[in-house]
Design a protein around this ligand. Structure first.
Ligand code: NAD
Length: 291
């Protein structure tokens, strides 16, 4: 088996994969690859697939499959797998970091101190305790967020058209109801025709004034222009995001210049522990594959 590691995985993975065959991270050898390991950086388009005539399997280390053209892969007889279980804790912890950093004004306080300003009187924090968290989607990551938010004393609601009951969140029947009740809204959905642009001007108009939106799902679930306007007007109190229209974001993205945006460079899955877990899932997949 010829395995091509296209993106960043744990450093121990090449050694662990050697028992399956030849392993390289030299992407110029794509034409020889039978198995390709990708994360979100490599875009497995029809054109990319055409350059991999021997490919039989793509393993996406992580959850979202929006960087893989599943239809084109199927047409070429290439199987596509991911590692869905690994990342929930890592992404949930980053979500909590973002959700805590905004009302606690961590970045402002830190930057002020660095600039020699001790803003003890000026910086007023607010608490998560007693606030309502609205989770869009209640899959693996959102369920981990729900447990942690409950420990902070938040009231946790969720909307998910494919889930009727959750042990960790109160389900609401419509996304409109979720938007209307949330003090904090957190997105945990895949990018689909239904979720693309779901946070747009019309949706934002139904939200509470000053709502804080956290996005560790997918950048394209929001409409950047609409959100930037809502941040400028104060309708949306803050946007804390790990995800973008593209990695890295286009320098003209209105969010880069909008007020009250807290940003990270798509590092939700990048904990040391998670990269090891992803590696474990990759090994397990290869053990089962073809049997
Ligand atoms: P999951 O499949 O366990 O959960 C997704 C949930 O979204 C499902 O319960 C599904 O029913 C629900 N859903 C689908 N369409 C919906 C809609 N229109 N409205 C409401 N809910 C809807 O996936 P997960 O592991 O929890 O991951 C969620 C998403 O997080 C991924 O698809 C990916 O986009 C993103 N993600 C980001 C990072 C990161 O680094 N920031 C890492 C991993 C995953």
């Amino acid at each position: 088996m010829f395995i091509l590691i296209c993106d960043a995985f744990d450093g121990s993975l090449p050694e662990r994969l050697k028992r399956f065959g030849e392993v390289t991270d030299d992407v110029t050898r794509l034409p020889e690859a039978e198995v390709a390991l990708v994360r979100s950086k490599t875009k497995c388009t029809a054109e990319w697939l055409a350059g991999a005539p021997k490919l039989k399997l793509i393993i996406r280390g992580g959850v979202g499959l929006d960087n893989v053209d599943i239809k084109a892969a199927k047409e070429r007889g290439v199987e596509v797998r991911n590692t869905p279980a690994a990342s929930a804790v890592a992404v949930a912890e980053l979500t909590m970091c973002l959700m805590l950093a905004v009302p606690n004004k961590l970045v402002e306080a830190h930057n002020a101190l660095k600039a020699g300003k001790f803003l003890k009187k000026e910086i007023k924090r607010t608490e998560l305790f007693g606030k309502t968290l609205g989770l869009v989607g209640i899959g693996r990551i959102a369920s981990e967020v729900a447990k942690r938010a409950a420990a902070f004393g938040m009231r946790v609601l969720a909307f998910d058209p494919f889930v009727k009951h959750s042990d960790v969140a109160i389900m609401v029947p419509t996304v409109k109801e979720l938007f209307g009740q949330a003090d904090y809204l957190s997105l945990h959905v895949p990018l689909t025709d239904d979720t693309k642009g779901m946070v747009n001007a019309a949706a934002i108009a139904t939200m509470k004034d000053g709502v804080v939106i956290v996005n560790t799902g997918r950048g394209k679930c929001i409409v950047e222009e609409d959100l930037a306007q809502a941040l400028a007007s104060g309708k949306v109190g803050a946007y804390a995001t790990d995800v973008w229209y593209s990695d890295p974001p286009d320098p003209t993205s209105p969010l880069l210049a909008a007020p009250n945006v807290l940003m990270t460079p798509h590092i939700g899955a990048n904990s040391k522990e998670n990269l090891l877990r992803i590696g474990d899932e990759v090994v397990a997949l290869l053990e089962k594959w073809g049997k």
